[in-house]
Design a protein around this ligand. Structure first.
Ligand SMILES: [Zn+2]
Length: 375
């Protein structure tokens, strides 16, 4: 066992204490006031951790964002930690999923995804700072509050900050088996609007253009774009249309969820969806992309380097991929080396049995600190 791992094992109780402070401040994405309470707490925390600058980015809808920087005057190319503190659990979830410890497991809403990940980052930075071993380059920590809804507000800030970074580190949860995430699918939501013409279904059905019938044909065509073997899924997930039981419907609106493995697949799918054309004379069809994240494609050499560093510090890591996205998708697609899934091990993210494997926290703090030291 490395000295560093031994050190962080000795810090396990302090790490859990900080985790509890975060988990007990519930932070459902859609409740800005509650999220901001956690932001207030973290702003104080960051100032006491000796950051050279702590900046708050006020938001209208989402909770405020925070950026902390250490070694602000270093001339090296910066590293960027990305963490989100919002959770999918509505306020009040603590009563049905109270904070509790059972053996090696720590339960609580948002504990795994990804408040434990923030604890790991803060521990690693603090330890290296106390040893005067922070790498000679600016270290940024960006804390955002809208990741669970696709980061509509934070995307621009993430990209601007990552643009000149040498490395991005994301402490999203590892997989259930403890592997870091070397690829993630990308996803985009599309809205399909079909317009026909309304008419009385009894008096003049022939004068109407039935938007539902047009939509039905589009839905089948969209469904044919699925290519599951290559990781592409296209799902019509919601639909609304029609105005009354005796009226030929003039409007349909539908949502389409898309998932892809590669940027190429994303582009091809986008081309196919935006080229949809009406089958019925007089109908119109438009399909437009709403918000989404590009895929994080596996980048050869990244995992291998992280794994070699981990080994030297007594931490063995594995790799895996996932269909779910993270903010690492944005930075990876920009071509910035991005290590994702460096956070705690556990299970039940987004579910009522969400929990962290407690002894993975010192382990992952060791890995993160080792990467800072050796990258
Ligand atoms: Zn997350």
């Amino acid at each position: 066992m490395s000295e560093l791992l031994e050190y962080f094992r000795g810090r396990q109780d302090e790490m859990l204490e900080l985790l509890t402070e975060m988990v007990k401040r519930e932070s459902f994405t859609r409740d800005k006031a509650m999220v901001d309470r956690l932001v207030d707490f973290l702003e104080r925390q960051l100032n006491s951790l000796g950051a050279d600058a702590v900046q708050r980015f006020p938001q209208d809808e989402a909770g405020d964002f925070l950026k902390a920087t250490w070694n602000i005057n270093s001339s090296g190319q910066p590293y960027l930690f990305m963490v989100h503190i919002d959770t999918v659990h509505p306020i009040g979830s603590l009563s049905s999923m109270p904070i509790r410890r059972e053996g090696r497991r720590y339960y609580g809403p948002g504990a795994l995804d990804m408040k434990a990940g923030l604890v790991i980052v803060l521990e690693a930075i603090q330890a290296l700072r106390e040893r005067d071993q922070l790498p000679d380059r600016p270290i940024h920590l960006l804390i955002t509050t809208d990741e669970e809804i696709g980061s509509p507000q934070s995307e621009a800030l993430i990209k601007a900050l990552a643009a000149d970074c040498a490395l991005v580190l994301v402490t999203e949860p590892a997989t259930k088996e403890g592997a870091i995430k070397t690829w993630r699918k990308g996803g985009g939501k599309y809205e399909l609007i079909v317009e026909g013409r309304a008419s009385h279904a009894g008096i003049a059905p022939q004068e109407g253009i039935n938007a539902i019938i047009e939509f039905a044909q589009q839905a089948l065509e969209i469904n044919r774009l699925n290519d599951l073997k290559y990781g592409t899924s296209v799902s019509v997930t919601m639909v609304e249309g029609g105005s009354a039981g005796n009226v030929i419907p003039a409007h349909v609106r539908a949502h389409i969820d898309t998932r892809v493995l590669t940027l190429e697949a994303m582009d091809n799918l986008h081309a196919a969806l935006t080229a949809l054309y009406p089958k019925m004379p007089g109908a119109t069809v438009t399909c437009a992309r709403q918000h989404g994240r590009p895929p994080m494609e596996r980048r050869p050499g990244l995992f291998e380097k992280a794994a070699a560093i981990g080994e030297r510090y007594g931490v063995t890591i594995y790799e895996a991929g996932t269909g779910g996205g993270s903010d690492g998708n944005f930075t990876a697609a920009m071509g910035i080396p991005t290590l994702d899934g460096l956070g705690a091990h556990g299970d039940g993210a987004h579910a009522s049995h969400e929990h962290v494997i407690i002894d993975s926290m010192p382990r992952q703090a060791t890995l993160v600190a080792a990467i800072l030291l050796e990258w």
